[in-house]
Design a protein around this ligand. Structure first.
Ligand SMILES: Cc1cn([C@H]2C[C@H](O)[C@@H](COP(=O)(O)OP(=O)(O)O[C@H]3O[C@H](C)C(=O)[C@H](O)[C@H]3O)O2)c(=O)[nH]c1=O
Length: 187
């Protein structure tokens, strides 16, 4: 706890759930959504070089599971500006004792949580409300030639996506990623 940010770790080493203190007064609140020195005190040491933001109009929009290969592997710091998501990461570090295991966190604009995803994890989310806006920092720039994906519905991973009667809204790219067992060595 740095005073302005708290962090919770998981059984899988690396990812963190972060919550920044909201300084409330009669006008509303202020919070530090990112502070290099403060976040370093709770284990986030990456230097983030790019901010991304995506709008997903329909609830049930699923983006994932994505990662970039070295030397452009990205750590990510994910938060929700509007709406809510189920954020999911899969450990794809082949030497990791938790290889193939996942963590899922519900993130919402109201909750103000952030999910820190180190390099070495595939990342994706499904939106739980219409018009959900996700903002995330990345520790390296976009490298399309090193951008890779893992099948969101890999039966070996049993990712905890919600049952949605209408199914998911996916990009064509996200319909075609390989299963983990068919993924060339990623990390
Ligand atoms: C990620 C990215 C994309 N783009 C361009 C490439 C495409 O023309 C367009 C949409 O890209 P994409 O379909 O890959 O966007 P998402 O499906 O939201 O992918 C992202 O969503 C999941 C959850 C992630 O974790 C990744 O950060 C990222 O892969 O934006 C850029 O120009 N820069 C970028 O940094």
């Amino acid at each position: 706890m740095s005073g302005n940010v708290s962090a919770w770790s998981f059984l899988i080493d690396g990812p963190l759930l972060l919550k920044s203190r909201r300084f409330r007064d009669h006008r509303g609140y202020l919070m530090e959504t990112y502070s290099g020195p403060h976040f370093a005190t709770v284990g986030v040491h990456d230097v983030f070089v790019q901010d991304n933001q995506s709008l997903s109009v329909q609830a049930g929009t699923l983006r994932g599971m994505h990662f970039q290969l070295s030397p452009r592997a990205q750590a990510k710091l994910v938060r929700v500006l509007q709406g809510a998501i189920l954020d999911v990461v899969v450990d794809i570090r082949r030497a990791s004792p938790s290889f193939g295991q996942h963590i899922a966190c519900r993130l919402s604009a109201g909750g103000g949580e952030q999910f820190y995803v180190p390099a070495g994890f595939a990342h994706g989310f499904v939106t739980l409300e219409p018009d959900t806006i996700v903002a995330y920092k990345v520790s390296d720039v976009y490298a399309p030639d090193l951008d890779r994906g893992l099948a969101w519905d890999d039966p070996d991973l049993a990712l905890p996506w919600p049952d949605l009667p209408g199914g998911f809204v996916l990009s064509e790219k996200d319909r075609r990623h390989p299963r983990l067992r068919d993924l060339p060595d990623a990390f």
